[in-house]
Design a protein around this ligand. Structure first.
Ligand code: UTP
Length: 299
């Protein structure tokens, strides 16, 4: 079956201040995890969900992304070693030939909601996905979201996961009016609530599918939390006009927008599938043993 969602918006125009100084010249989405930049994981997930139009909302990140996904004639005839030791054509295209890449400037970093709204002409009247590359999902969940969007005839589907209550002020948090199921209709949503004001501990994470009507709602959304135009506020308005569902993500999410999360992702993915004799696994054990025996293990 051909799904209704063939477009995905990648908002990649944030300043990435939590990852400074790494992000002075290298956009956050281009930071590597094991053998590829964060944005490549996100693109692979979108392509697996049936997306064929990749719309990047960029600022300084544009040229690096275009260079990464564009042709690499200088690598013709060279061989690259894949993560599993396989031999790859270094000049191969990183996306299938039918996939199109579109770059749209945000102009000013006025918030995630504003970044998505900047893609309105490229999106047109079609439903679309939004993918935040700094949330690295293992396994990718966009295919499930797209399927739920299609089967439920939804106005929107957003991925959520349970977070510790003390962390609610970092997320959009949903109220599903009771115990959450695999897919639960959203009654309301609030951006960055303090723990004592949070309607639940179900936090929105960086994968969404929306009806195109959210673009008009975004256009009418005033600045909200932090003075930014918040996607969360437009999701609230969308949920008031049609069914928007929270889809529980049960895999592992790596928040690569902060140093600890990015380092953890790197180690977790490097260890995935490694055998005990793998040199990296052995070195890591040695490093940890040394660290435990040193001042690093202090209180
Ligand atoms: P973040 O909240 O992580 O902000 O954005 P940031 O600017 O990237 O990082 P910090 O907080 O300064 O460290 C979440 C997503 O929204 C995009 C970011 O690129 C990221 O994918 N975004 C955010 C934009 O594209 N434009 C904006 O104005 C804000």
């Amino acid at each position: 079956m051909t799904g209704r969602v063939s477009k995905a918006v990648f908002p990649v125009a944030g300043l990435g201040t939590r990852m400074l100084p790494m992000t002075r010249a290298v956009p956050k989405e281009m930071l590597p995890v094991v053998d590829r930049p964060l944005v490549q994981y996100a693109v692979e997930e979108a392509v697996a969900a049936g997306v064929s139009d990749l719309i990047f909302v960029t600022d300084r990140s544009g040229p690096a992304l275009e260079a990464h996904f564009g042709p690499a004639p200088e690598l013709a005839g060279k061989v690259e070693t894949g993560a599993g030791g396989e031999r790859l054509d270094a000049a191969r295209a990183l996306v299938p030939p039918e996939v199109r890449l579109v770059f749209v400037p945000q102009g000013q970093p006025l918030g995630l909601g504003h970044a998505v709204w900047c893609a309105r002409e490229a999106v047109g009247e079609e439903p679309f996905a939004v993918v935040l590359p700094d949330d690295l999902m293992v396994p990718g969940c966009l295919p499930d979201l797209v399927e739920a969007f299609d089967s439920e005839g939804a106005a929107g589907v957003v991925a959520v996961e349970e977070v510790p209550l003390r962390d609610t002020a970092r997320y959009g948090v949903v109220d599903v009016g009771g115990a959450p199921g695999r897919l639960s209709r959203i009654a309301s949503i609030v951006e960055k609530p303090a723990p004592e004001e949070a309607p639940s501990n179900l936090a929105v994470v960086g994968r969404y599918v929306f009806d195109a009507s959210i673009m008009d709602l975004l256009g009418a959304t005033p600045p909200g939390a932090g003075g930014e135009i918040q996607l969360t506020d437009a999701i609230g308005a969308l949920a008031a006009s049609g069914p928007v569902f929270a889809a529980r993500f049960r895999g592992e999410r790596h928040d690569c927008g902060n140093r600890a999360g990015w380092l953890r992702a790197t180690v977790a993915l490097a260890l995935a599938g490694a055998r005990p004799a793998d040199p990296f696994a052995r070195d890591l054990e040695t490093l940890l043993a040394d660290w435990r025996g040193s001042a690093g293990a202090g209180p």
